[in-house]
Design a protein around this ligand. Sequence first.
Ligand code: ARG
Length: 434
Amino acid sequence: MMMRKILVIVGLIIAGFVNAQQQAVLQDVKITAIKAGKLIDVENGKTLLNQIILVSHDSIIAIGSNVAIPKNANIIDLSSYTVLPGLIDCHTHITGQPGGDYYADIFRKTPVDVAVTAHIYAKRTLEAGFTTVRDLGAAGFVDIALRNAINNGEIVGPTIYAATMFIGSTGSHGDLNGFSPYLQFNLPKGMSGVANGVEGVREQVRFNVKNGADVIKFGASAGVLSEEESVGAPQYTQEEMNAIVSEAKMWGRKTAAHAHGAEAIKMAVIAGVASVEHGSLVDAEGIALMKAHGTYLVSDVYDDEYILAEYSKLGYPDKIINKEKLVGRLQRENFQKAVEAGVKIAYGTDAGVYPHGWNGKQFKWMTRFGLSPMGAIQAATINAADLIGIKDKVGSIAAGKKADIIAVKINPLEEVTSLENVQFVMKGGVVYKK
Ligand code: ARG
């Protein structure tokens, strides 16, 4: 049945005018009615009580307290739960996670190994309540294969917006550092993501887009979990960053910049990126610049916890652990400063740094460092959808949007850690966890 026809009939139900024939038509359509005891209205920052959500096919067709439930509707009773839009993680690496041996991961694995196990992490992520992710960097186009298989209904996982190759300069966070120069991976052109110079980076953006990238990710500064010396230094020139962003724009893609250092953050913002990832060492000038440009901050404020507790055991060298010690605390303090200054915040965890499925652990840290529980939930729903550019499809529970809906027993506005353990997950009208 046509969506329009359903909407018209639903409109009539709400208005209280449904004749026998229309009632009969409705019985042919599979409609699910969700009874939500509490519902978090992320657009208005409010809690609504006793709402009915009608779902047909993959979409929400009505929501309200006076919505009549059609006869024969399949009823999902969440009247003792708090219902909210499916969560969105704007920074994942859903295709993999550390296997327990740093050197084996680098030297004994190929993207084929990664491809074989990626579906496990996709399922865990969805079951954790994250119905959409923006995946910011994967080798070998495994992210694109995973995205497509999920979209085709072949495997279970969140809706993925994928970056493909992380674009980085020679010797940067995106390159392989610290080993003999005689050791080389003979990758086909473009497959490492390493690109230099205005022409080089433009070509890499084109290569990524040609092969399926929904978003462009590049390294504006050095990083933590890599063996180059610095953590904050810029790794592209202003001209190169400008070229990446303008090339991406030409192809209708937004850009995300990995940036820890204060200088690199400002350069990326000036270049016009949609989001700064990590943002650890942002200074007052950078915060003001982000506000002025409307740049989102996507800061993985949980990860310090996991890295300092686990990464030595996973075989990571001390020089990497020491870099983490340099940025962890500052990242959280600077996150709080950015929140207080009114910088736009979207939820992103760098999932894959920690085990997939733990994506909800960051809520606690965001609320400890400046956000209210509602603010953190908005970061993971409506703001995240805005950053990715999919606000018309997801990010809130509204008629016409995809039926991506989750529920938790404990109200997360009272105890935000309840989002670490989501009890009900619906994505595109299909229930994956109950
Ligand atoms: N992928 C990031 C990097 O290697 C992870 C940073 C994790 N640390 C942190 N404090 N957020 O730079």
